[in-house]
Design a protein around this ligand. Structure first.
Ligand code: FES
Length: 197
């Protein structure tokens, strides 16, 4: 079997140096040594390639955009009349990740994504609050004198986000998740962030 040369790659050079070291130690004498060396090296390279491939796919998944461009950003939520004053509808929590909340004077579409680290809070009707199961953040539900979605306990640094909501020509609520409104930026006063109830 011909020994590897240093002509064309760093890998060849490394092998050449390893063989030279083994020869200097008197440990490179037989054909079996060569076979063992090359099979070990091949296994090492295969292991490295598999590990690198795995890391590359994890990195690719991390860098990929989280928005599903194939899914519509708007949906109809039905007639405003079906939402009672000071109520939270979970009808679209699973399918759209949105709560439709009717406060005393307006209807809003609230994102179900916790502003701490992105978990999904639960609506606790008895306590009139959204409670995140991950680290305990709490957000107000609709109640007199308080805006629904405002954070008041736990590590969440800001209120839940709201989405654009409007009325269609035939009187249906239309939610547009492509446009969001953040309380800390003063955006909840934007008339596109609610529908008057
Ligand atoms: Fe909601 Fe941490 S993700 S409290």
């Amino acid at each position: 079997m011909a020994e590897p040369t240093t002509t064309d790659s760093a890998g060849s050079k490394v092998r050449e140096e390893a063989i030279a070291r083994l020869k200097a130690q008197g440990a490179w004498n037989t054909t079996m040594d060569r076979r063992r060396f090359f099979s070990t090296a091949a296994a090492g390279w295969a292991l490295f390639a598999a590990a690198f491939g795995g890391l590359a796919s994890v990195f690719g998944a991390f860098m990929a955009p989280r928005v599903d461009f194939g899914k519509a950003q708007t949906f109809r939520a039905g007639s405003p009349d079906k939402f009672q004053p000071n109520s939270v509808s979970e009808e679209f929590k699973i399918s759209e990740k949105v709560w439709i909340v009717r406060e005393a004077e307006k209807i809003v579409a609230i994102s179900t994504v916790c502003t701490h680290l992105g978990c999904t809070p639960n609506w606790m009707g008895d306590e009139k609050k959204f409670k995140c199961p991950c680290h305990g953040s709490g957000f107000y539900g609709p109640r007199p004198g308080v805006e629904a979605g405002v954070n008041f306990e736990g590590p969440a640094p800001r209120p839940l986000e709201r989405y654009k909501i409007s009325l269609t020509a035939d009187g249906q609520l239309l939610v547009d998740k492509g446009q969001k409104f953040q309380e800390e930026k003063g955006e909840w006063s934007n008339p596109e962030s609610f529908v008057a109830a």
